[in-house]
Design a protein around this ligand. Structure first.
Ligand code: GKR
Ligand code: MG
Length: 426
């Protein structure tokens, strides 16, 4: 089998005004949809975070991938690595070549795994080693937010919205409002654990929010993720209070050194998707004792195969695995779910932003949750098909919306003039 084309389509979909340590989500989130076509008329699909450099990179990657055999994933990975080692500077894609190559290959790997699954008529999880479970839990991913549902051309605000659809348009800037957000999301999706995106309001308010959530949802495992804008001192100060509530403390402070020091004085498990985000950073993480849990993500670590490898490495060094996410649609949802049922070391409910979105590019409606989990069936590949009409609508959104790169800081400055990431430290 030969790859005959790789279609790369940037899209934009409505995203609510969610707050985080980097600022504010824009009204549209960007993704890129990949279609790998073959001479046997089987197509594999993938989805990855958007942005101009990734787009540029994938255009280059196409030249490498076309003509190769999709079953030869190792050769394709090496070819992409080599290409970006030589090309990064001239493309000016702005990050070290290994990181660039890994992101490009992540997208391609997801599409390859889908393609092979479709070719052999087996689910994607079988292509990466097979299921160790049939379903994988996700957590309710809560955000402080401004009022609104995002979007500008009719996809965002829905005057007839009810339940979660209504709740996700509401402002949530207090512990009480976040508890209401959680109630509506959990009622709709059945999640059994909760993650709070922190690093937004003063740490005491965020700890009060965690306490309010613990009281409203007794027995639910909780996490807070301040995205490393708490200082080491603040992270230490709030640890005793948070200890009774948290299953893990996600990136409270910045860098492996600070996270390692935190481990000496705080016995809440420390998790990261910030200080250790690549295989190259694992040795120093282990040496320093920086973290207990790595948040994998097939979109950043090198795809679905790489998540299996990461799981093995983590188990060798006594680390556990959870899953990071970003605003995404159904292809990514299923890539994460297939990884979730196949990687034995994943031992926590995984993150997903999916409830915050209302559109999709897949046929037959959005992916369904069952009691907070996704059940992975036996449909070939990722188990979802691309809907080209929907893809075209979201591609037109991309062309119209004027956003080419995510920049939460600039978006925040529209609400709070003068706001900067560098001054937003607690
Ligand atoms: O969507 O605002 C967001 C999150 O803050 C996201 O950008 C992070 O990458 O979810 C992520 C995290 O766990 O750090
Ligand atoms: Mg995080």
């Amino acid at each position: 089998m030969k790859i005959t084309d790789m279609k790369v389509t940037p899209i934009a979909f409505a995203d609510p005004p969610l707050l985080n340590a980097a600022g504010l989500h824009a009204p549209y989130a960007l993704r890129i949809i990949l279609e790998l076509e073959t001479d046997e008329h089987i197509t594999g699909i993938g989805e990855i975070a958007g942005g101009s450099s990734v787009l540029k990179g994938l255009e280059e990657a196409r030249k490498v991938v076309v003509g190769m055999d999709p079953f030869e994933r190792n050769k394709i990975r090496i070819a992409i690595d080599k290409t970006f080692a030589n090309l990064t500077d001239s493309l000016n894609i702005g990050y070290a070549h290994k990181g660039a190559a890994r992101r490009m290959y992540s997208a391609i790997n997801i599409a390859l795994v889908d393609l092979i699954g479709k070719a052999i008529e087996r689910p994607a999880c079988d292509v990466i080693g097979g299921k160790v479970r049939d379903r994988i839990d996700f957590s309710a991913y809560l955000f402080y937010k401004y009022e609104g549902a995002g979007g500008r051309w009719g996809f965002g605000h829905n005057p007839d919205a009810r339940g979660w659809d209504k709740a996700k348009e509401m402002e949530a800037l207090t512990p009480e409002a976040v508890v209401e957000e959680a109630r509506a999301m959990i009622k709709e999706y059945g999640f059994k654990s909760i993650k709070l995106k922190g690093g937004v309001l003063p740490p005491q308010v965020e700890c009060d929010t965690i306490k309010a959530l613990a009281e409203a949802f007794p027995g639910y495992p909780l996490r807070i993720d301040p995205n490393a804008v708490w200082t080491y001192e603040t992270s230490v100060k709030y640890a005793p209070l948070l200890k009774q509530y948290l299953e893990y403390y996600e990136d409270p402070c910045k860098g492996q050194d600070a996270m390692a020091r935190l481990g000496h004085v705080c016995d809440i498990p420390r998790a990261t998707n910030m200080c250790t985000t690549s295989f190259e950073e694992i040795p120093s993480d282990i040496q320093k004792g920086a973290t207990d849990i790595i948040l994998a993500d097939p979109h950043y670590w090198g795809g679905m195969d790489a998540t299996i490898e990461l799981g093995r490495i983590c188990s060798v060094f006594g680390r556990k695995l959870s899953m990071h996410s970003n605003s995404h649609l159904g292809i990514s949802m299923m890539a994460m779910a297939h990884v979730g049922v196949a990687v034995p070391e994943i031992s926590y409910a995984m993150d997903t932003h999916y409830p915050w979105q209302c559109e999709d590019v897949i046929k037959g409606g959005r992916v369904k949750f069952d009691e907070g989990a996704i059940v992975v069936g036996n449909e070939p590949g990722l188990g979802v098909e691309l809907d080209h009409e929907k893809l075209e609508i979201l591609h037109r959104n991309y062309l119209k919306c004027g956003i080419k790169d995510r920049n939460d800081e600039i978006e925040m400055q529209k609400k709070v003039p003068g706001w900067t990431v560098s001054k937003h430290i607690f």
